[in-house]
Design a protein around this ligand. Structure first.
Ligand SMILES: N[C@@H](CCC(=O)N[C@@H](CS)C(=O)NCC(=O)O)C(=O)O
Length: 225
């Protein structure tokens, strides 16, 4: 087995996806955290897009979360996290990309500079979760009983909402049944629980406070929420 090192940022939801996958596969790996606001020179030289995660496999580097996850999946066929059926597999790949689109929307949501933009970004996110609601199976996971790669993509998203829930009455899951149940199932998964720093909510909340956004203002002035 090669030596795996996951180059991470303490908050990055993409990095968590790869870390959850490695944990589910039972692969030992070293984790190294960098500050994205102050990227070390060695990281800049290793990362073609300047982004985390990177997976170092011995002396080689893989970048882009979807590619890293595909590699991990293919390297460990004895613990499959994709369905055997090709069509179902392609669909789950699509939904993992959908999770990436939600992460981009979440960024736009918490960076929205003012209330109208915040409302518009909230509406975008609500629409995404309505799509998800329609495509979830009976649970507990995306496709039913078995935890898969697509679940590793959605779990870090809901973790962000654990912090948003504390600071803003966003009502993004209002009227949904399967999404909230799915969220709880993911939060209980051991691999999901162990891939973040112990003080993740505090670190994320602190990060949000420093964004200068509408949401940052709501956190600073909770009485006005
Ligand atoms: N498409 C990339 C997105 C990864 C990404 O956006 N990572 C963020 C952190 S969550 C990053 O490294 N941003 C670079 C920066 O902030 O300078 C992937 O799937 O790996």
């Amino acid at each position: 087995m090669p030596i795996f090192k996951l180059i991470s940022n303490s908050l990055c939801p993409y990095t968590q996806r790869a870390a959850i996958l490695l944990a589910e596969k039972g692969i030992a790996f070293e984790r190294c955290y960098i500050d994205l606001a102050n990227k070390p020179g060695w990281f800049v030289r290793l990362s073609p897009l300047g982004k985390v995660p990177l997976l170092q496999v011995d002396d080689s580097v893989i970048f882009e979360t979807a590619v890293i996850c595909e590699y991990i999946e293919e390297a460990t066929p004895s613990v499959p996290l994709y369905p055997a059926d090709l069509l179902a597999r392609a669909q789950q790949r699509g939904w993992a990309e959908f999770a990436s689109a939600i992460i981009a929307d979440i960024y736009a949501f918490y960076m929205a500079p003012d209330q109208p933009t915040f409302a518009a970004k909230s509406a975008d996110l609500a629409a995404r979760f309505r799509w998800l609601e329609q495509h979830l199976d009976h649970g507990p996971y995306f496709a039913g009983d078995d935890f898969g790669l697509v679940d590793a993509a959605f779990a870090p998203i809901f973790r962000l909402f654990d912090v948003f829930d504390e600071v803003v009455d966003h009502e993004l899951f209002q009227g949904l049944q399967r999404v909230p149940t799915y969220r709880v199932a993911l939060s209980r998964r051991a691999s999901v629980q162990k891939v973040v720093v112990a003080d993740y909510p505090q670190v994320f909340s602190q990060y949000l406070r420093g964004r200068g956004s509408h949401l940052a203002q709501l956190i600073a002035e909770p009485a006005t929420v």
